[in-house]
Design a protein around this ligand. Structure first.
Ligand SMILES: Nc1nc2c(ncn2[C@@H]2O[C@H](COP(=O)(O)OP(=O)(O)OP(=O)(O)O)[C@@H](O)[C@H]2O)c(=O)[nH]1
Ligand SMILES: [Mg+2]
Length: 182
């Protein structure tokens, strides 16, 4: 059996804790505390990490880690990124500047993105369709990053599984490209 560590990161309230709890087959480990940030409309926020597990159809086990979203905990990002096989960045499209939010995570996880694979998921697009997916793709390209960007409602388990499958596919493509280059 192969095990993979997958990291979920992204803005506060974008849905990292929710995404991991939706797909995990074990009771998730969470480090939620009461949210005191009035700009984020939810009762709790992650201060350490989230952890869950999911076994894929091929028997591979995914160990799912979620970072805290708040920038004051960004020291956790590097710790959690160690040994990760891929990254899913969740961006809340209702925030003041979602493109700037994306830049922050792309920069923060520069090495992980370069060495592994990344998928970007935009949440709350049903109420906040702008900026559109094309804007995010263009923005990533201007940062020198090419990776899939999709709109996702992570409250829907199926859509979280799709994100993970897309990430695994991305890893396979990268491996093939690097084996051609050898
Ligand atoms: N309407 C709507 N709600 C969403 C969507 N995606 C996520 N949510 C909600 O947004 C909230 C996200 O909360 P969390 O999962 O705690 O977010 P988080 O990213 O872990 O936040 P921090 O740990 O504070 O960084 C949940 O209440 C979700 O139900 C979406 O696409 N549409
Ligand atoms: Mg959280």
């Amino acid at each position: 059996m192969t095990e993979h560590k997958i990291l979920f990161s992204g803005t506060t309230g974008a849905g990292k804790t929710t995404a991991i709890s939706r797909v995990s087959e074990i009771r998730t480990l969470t480090t939620e505390v009461r949210n005191t940030d009035a700009t984020v409309n939810k009762s709790t926020t992650t201060v350490g990490l989230d952890y869950g597990e999911l076994t894929l159809d091929n028997g591979d086990k995914l160990r799912l880690y979620g970072t805290p979203g708040q920038v004051r905990f960004d020291f956790m990002w590097e710790i959690l990124a160690r040994g990760a096989l891929g990254l899913i960045i969740l961006i809340d499209n209702s925030s003041a500047d979602p493109l700037a939010d994306l830049s922050m995570y792309v920069k923060g996880f520069e090495r992980l993105i370069k060495e592994t694979a990344c998928v970007v998921a935009i949440t709350r697009t049903e109420t906040h369709p702008e900026p559109g997916i094309d804007c995010f793709i263009e923005h990533l390209e201007s940062c020198g990053v090419v990776c899939p960007v999709i709109a996702a409602d992570i409250r829907d388990t199926f859509q979280v599984v799709e994100l993970l499958e897309l990430l695994m596919l991305q890893l396979e493509v990268n491996q093939e490209v690097s084996s051609y280059a050898e």
